[in-house]
Design a protein around this ligand. Structure first.
Ligand SMILES: *[C@@H]1O[C@H](CO)[C@@H](O)[C@H](O)[C@H]1NC(C)=O
Ligand SMILES: *[C@@H]1O[C@H](CO)[C@@H](O)[C@H](O)[C@H]1NC(C)=O
Ligand SMILES: *[C@@H]1O[C@H](CO)[C@@H](O)[C@H](O)[C@H]1NC(C)=O
Ligand SMILES: *[C@@H]1O[C@H](CO)[C@@H](O)[C@H](O)[C@H]1NC(C)=O
Ligand SMILES: *[C@@H]1O[C@H](CO)[C@@H](O)[C@H](O)[C@H]1NC(C)=O
Ligand SMILES: *[C@@H]1O[C@H](CO)[C@@H](O)[C@H](O)[C@H]1NC(C)=O
Ligand SMILES: *[C@@H]1O[C@H](CO)[C@@H](O)[C@H](O)[C@H]1NC(C)=O
Length: 460
């Protein structure tokens, strides 16, 4: 309640101070987001590392070839990788080295830390996964092809490629063919339970399912990464962030068959800057709240993105029946081209062959800012806030929005969404102003204090 009052107070202040001071409103409401700005460049390292190349001589090179890797794309190089990892991980100042110009076939492997000191993983060549789902041992490997566990300080780089060889997995998906059983498929690259990790200049492609997952980790910086899978490959999320904090993703190009980026439960302080997304399903928070679960995501900033030909743009998706919240999110300086659902909040998300039951609880969504978002929408409803009647979306801020369809018929849909807009907003989002009506109804019913009604009536 106090929060709503505060918000309304600020709305009132904004009115009182005039349009020229709208930034003030923004600054105060979103003060908690201010420290989320992405520092520029990758000069701000998570840790001090001398540059590869200059320091090569001082490093101990642990070359997978020296452990018997063949690199012909057909021989099983798993053992060589495991042995080289053991050596590199237990040797200070070492570099786990995958040479350029070759392709190493490696089975599902868990590379375990912690290692001594900060390990460098220099991938210059290609690492490929076995392509046949029939040989996958779920009991042993779960859903992880290349998994890096419990690392404390590591740098992955080298310009190489991690290739999940996913095509047979995709063909076996129930999303491709309803006759197939719906079974999970592996994630190509996973960083799990780790901290102080930088991933730089690598390509991750053709994930069996997700391409790259950051799980239960803290202080992760991903920069200059390319993620690529065909537009029609099922569930091939580009970069999936779960139960992780302080993740920076920048200067990356992602094109997949599912979300370019998906940020799910128990993640906070996620910053993205200079992201290209397309094809794919857009940049998503969620899904959250499936099977009546708790979903919490806070503190997400996307700054400077270009989305092209994606099925969604900036999306927050939650299942009915969940609980928890999404709070303090800012999407800014985003350009869209031919994007369906450029701005969408969907509290009725239902990615299931069966329709989902109506339920009253929902993951609460508030303090979501869209600033300087422009471009072309493929769907008429360029802005869609489909929120639950019981758990409305609140404190949505639109500022300088310009979205249009090719035939100039873009519109906004709101259900149970409240917030404000300032600056240029096209299509105009008056439906967000439903806040005053609702609050008035509540007030009339004696649920709220008259003071609030007064503020609402006077200033909105
Ligand atoms: C890699 O997988 C193949 C196919 O399942 C299997 O034959 C081979 O033994 C595995 N390699 C190792 C080192 O486990
Ligand atoms: C990572 O560390 C945790 C806690 O120390 C431990 O339980 C887990 O088994 C480790 N994981 C791997 C794959 O070694
Ligand atoms: C989400 O994270 C919270 C802890 O922040 C946890 O209690 C909850 O069980 C998690 N939900 C799921 C679906 O894992
Ligand atoms: C708005 O966003 C676009 C696209 O990201 C960017 O080029 C432009 O500079 C931004 N405008 C302002 C005023 O920040
Ligand atoms: C928009 O995307 C669709 C595919 O979703 C494509 O067929 C169409 O050519 C694109 N239009 C433009 C103008 O890029
Ligand atoms: C859920 O609610 C919507 C709108 O209130 C209604 O159209 C739909 O039929 C309901 N679905 C079920 C499964 O009850
Ligand atoms: C809400 O209504 C006011 C006054 O009618 C208008 O200036 C403002 O742009 C509207 N808000 C949105 C988000 O459209």
């Amino acid at each position: 309640m106090a929060k709503i009052l505060f918000f309304l107070f600020l709305v009132w202040l904004m009115g009182a101070l005039g349009a020229a001071n709208t930034n003030f409103l923004d600054d105060v409401i979103l003060s908690e987001l201010d420290d989320l700005d992405v520092e520029d460049g990758d000069e701000a390292e998570l840790f001090d590392l001398p540059r590869w190349g200059i320091e090569r001589g001082n490093k101990i090179l642990v070359n997978v070839d020296s452990f018997g890797a063949v690199g012909d794309g057909a021989s099983d190089d798993t053992k060589a990788f495991v042995d080289a990892w053991k050596q590199a991980c237990s040797t200070p100042k070492s570099v786990f080295f995958v040479p350029a110009g070759r392709s190493y076939l490696v089975n599902a492997t868990r590379f375990r830390g912690p290692c001594v000191g900060i390990l460098r993983v220099q991938i210059e060549g290609t690492i490929v996964a076995p392509d046949d789902p029939k040989n996958w041992n779920f009991a042993k490997n779960g859903r992880i092809w290349l998994g890096f566990f419990n690392l404390t300080g590591a740098l992955f780089q080298g310009g190489g490629v991690i290739d999940g060889s996913g095509s047979k997995w995709w063909a076996a998906s129930c999303k491709k063919n309803k006759a197939n059983p719906c079974v999970a498929a592996p994630t190509a690259l996973t960083i799990y339970g780790s901290s102080g990790i930088k991933v730089k200049d690598l390509t991750i492609q053709n994930g069996q399912q997700m391409n790259f997952a950051i799980s239960r980790s803290d202080s992760i910086r991903i920069t200059g990464v390319t993620v690529s899978a065909p537009e029609d490959s099922p569930n091939t999320d580009g970069i999936h962030i779960t139960e992780s904090t302080n993740v920076v993703l920048q200067n990356s190009k992602i094109g997949t068959g599912d979300d370019c980026v998906s940020i799910v439960n128990a993640s906070s302080s996620i910053k993205m800057k200079r992201i290209y997304c397309g094809p794919g399903h857009g940049i998503s928070i969620g899904s959250l709240g499936k099977d009546n679960s708790i979903g919490i995501v806070t503190g997400v900033v996307l700054d400077n993105a270009f989305l092209r030909g994606t099925t969604n743009g900036l999306r927050i998706k939650t299942w009915q029946g969940g609980s928890g919240y999404v709070r303090a999110v800012r999407f800014q300086n985003v350009r869209m081209q031919n994007v369906s659902n450029p701005i969408i909040i969907d509290q009725f998300y239902c990615d299931s062959p069966k329709s989902c039951q109506n339920q009253t609880s929902a993951v609460e969504i508030s303090e979501i800012v869209y600033r300087n978002v422009s471009g072309t929408s493929k769907s008429q409803k360029a802005i869609k806030f489909a929120c639950s009647d019981n758990v409305p979306c609140s404190h949505i801020v639109l500022n300088n929005i310009n979205l249009e369809t090719r035939d100039g018929t873009a519109e906004v849909y709101c259900n149970s969404a409240t917030g404000i807009g300032y600056g240029y907003i096209h299509p105009s989002a008056e439906c967000l102003n439903s806040s005053d009506k609702k609050i008035k109804q509540k007030t009339d019913a004696g649920l709220d204090e008259p003071r609030e009604e007064y503020i609402v009536h006077t200033e909105l």
